[in-house]
Design a protein around this ligand. Structure first.
Ligand code: NAD
Length: 495
């Protein structure tokens, strides 16, 4: 019998009101049923929000350093259970174990950063323009925050949102991706074990268009943080705009790596393999466009094709696997659709472009790492987010042309430049229109203590990670204290 998991609402593990469940299967072997998870709806979301509102009243009054202490404990427990969580993550998400361990480590780093932020949460004290008057700002908690997360970072992304929200004194309702519900189940267990008051965290499993939408539309959830596709983010943005909610959107990418003719080509080769095919290309920061200077184009592409053909597909929990499966059938079909488009657009299929033939991989959603060359900047494969192991190569002649190609897409998450020229490195940092630029490193590799996010249709101006996210989860309150004993009128009685 498969395990039946529950929601965590009002301090208890409970079945969904509807009694309906969905299955969670291992994408590397779909015969492996991980469990059945609640297919929740608005009744479950309503109960969670009601309880979270109560909890908010108490939690928001706990001193921030004490809230931080809980997060310190969470960091310690995640460290202890890192291997167990990483294994569970690979089983439900598919990426190779080393990457899942990195995903958990990002959660650990985020927990310790949040713990110490409990002793900062700085406001400002500034001089008043009037005599005998004090002027300052401080940060207040907001209320119940609703979190909606994607499948590709099953632990890290929930922690990027949840930990700062909690340290700032908010209560949390999370609706994790229905593709990876088990990892957040484990995370909530750890939060409880660490001593978080139970009603401060509410876990509602379910599908986007039911449980997710109910959370976004709930009138008493004033803050929504969403990471996922740009299409879903647009729908959520409409609702939040209409309801005047505070909203953070982290969405799609079409990230380019630019390799100049003076680059260390071995370094660039390692970088592109990791950037394009790590997590089976299912990263918002994946290298999905490779811009090669015409002088090194042919030789680099030859080496890249050979190295790509040497990548081993397999179950991410087994030694020797370099690339795991896609998350589900629809994701693989989307990749196949784009391979067809690439062929129709007359691009050159350099390698891949098919499912693997090995019978051992028959029960998983595997697809060979694929490279198309000869693309133009405007080709669909060079413009649209595929979210799979497909790399599109474009030839360029000058740095200025590479910058134009990089910037000529609707997304703006990350970019990368390989060069030995310091001047170009600094120009890239200024001219590449992205939230993150790497020099001599691939488009992936963000660190938890720096702000993370993108421009254009990747985001809506907010950042996760680092210090900036704390502004999102708190309200700035300004206080003036006039101890002059007279009426002093700002802008009128100055000096
Ligand atoms: P998705 O948009 O399909 O789903 C994301 C989440 O939204 C899931 O929890 C889903 O259930 C929920 N959802 C779906 N429809 C909804 C609705 N109508 N109302 C409320 N919630 C709804 O994305 P995905 O396939 O899980 O993730 C892949 C996408 O995420 C890619 O586009 C990728 O670039 C993006 N992503 C972005 C970042 C970033 O930081 N910019 C990070 C990771 C992933």
């Amino acid at each position: 019998m498969p395990t039946t998991f529950r929601n965590f609402i009002a301090g208890r593990w409970v079945a969904p009101a509807s009694g309906a469940y969905f299955e969670n299967r291992n994408p590397a072997n779909t015969r492996d049923l991980i469990g059945r998870f609640p297919d929740s709806g608005s009744a479950d979301v309503n109960a969670a929000v009601r309880s979270a509102e109560e909890a908010f009243r108490r939690w928001s009054r706990v001193p921030a350093p004490a809230r931080g202490d809980v997060l310190k404990q969470v960091g310690d427990l995640l460290t202890e259970r890192k291997e167990e969580i990483a294994r569970a993550m690979t089983r439900e998400m598919g990426k190779v174990l080393a990457e899942s361990r990195g995903d958990v480590q990002e959660g650990i780093d985020t927990a310790y950063y949040a713990a110490s932020e409990g002793r900062r949460l700085f406001g400002h004290t500034v001089p008043s323009e009037l005599r005998s008057k004090w002027a300052m700002s401080y940060r207040r908690p907001i209320g119940v925050v609703g979190l909606i997360t994607p499948f590709n970072f099953p632990l890290a992304i929930p922690t990027w949102k949840m930990f700062p929200a909690l340290v700032c004194g908010n209560a949390v309702v999370i609706k994790p991706s229905e593709d990876v519900p088990h990892t957040v189940h484990l995370l909530v267990q750890i939060l409880l074990e660490a001593g978080l008051p139970p009603e401060v965290i509410q876990l509602v499993h379910g599908r986007g268009e039911t449980a997710g939408q109910a959370l976004v539309e709930h009138p008493r959830v004033p803050v929504i943080s969403f990471t996922g596709s740009t299409a879903t983010g647009a729908m959520i943005g409409e609702t939040c705009g209409r309801m005047h909610k505070r909203l953070s959107l982290e969405m799609g990418g079409k990230n380019a790596m630019i390799v100049m003719d003076d680059a260390d080509l071995e370094l660039a080769l390692e970088g592109v393999l990791w950037g394009a095919f790590g997590t089976t290309g299912q990263r918002c920061t994946a290298t999905s466009r490779l811009l090669l200077h015409r002088r090194i184009h042919d030789r680099f592409l030859r080496r890249l094709a050979e190295a790509t053909e040497g990548l081993t597909l397999g179950d991410g929990r087994k030694d020797g696997a370099d690339v795991g499966p896609l998350i589900h059938e629809a994701a693989r079909e989307k990749v196949e659709g784009y391979v067809e488009i690439g062929r129709e657009e007359g691009l050159e299929l350099v390698t891949g472009g098919r499912r693997p033939r090995s019978p051992k991989l028959r029960n998983g959603w595997f697809y060979r790492p694929t490279i198309f060359a000869g693309a133009r900047a405007g080709s669909r494969l060079a413009q649209e987010e595929i979210f799979g192991p497909v790399l599109t190569v474009i030839r360029f002649g000058s740095f200025d042309e590479a910058v134009r190609i990089n910037n000529g897409v609707r997304y703006g998450l990350s970019s990368s430049l390989y060069t030995g020229d310091t001047n170009l490195a600094f120009r890239a940092m200024q001219e590449l229109d992205n939230g993150i630029t790497y020099v001599n490193a691939p488009t992936i590799g963000a660190e938890a203590h720096l702000p993370f996010g993108g421009v254009k249709q990747t985001g809506n101006g907010h950042r996760e990670g680092g210090w900036e996210v704390y502004d999102f989860y708190s309200e700035t309150k300004v206080c003036y204290v006039d101890y002059s004993g007279t009426l002093q009128r700002a802008q009128i009685d100055n000096y």
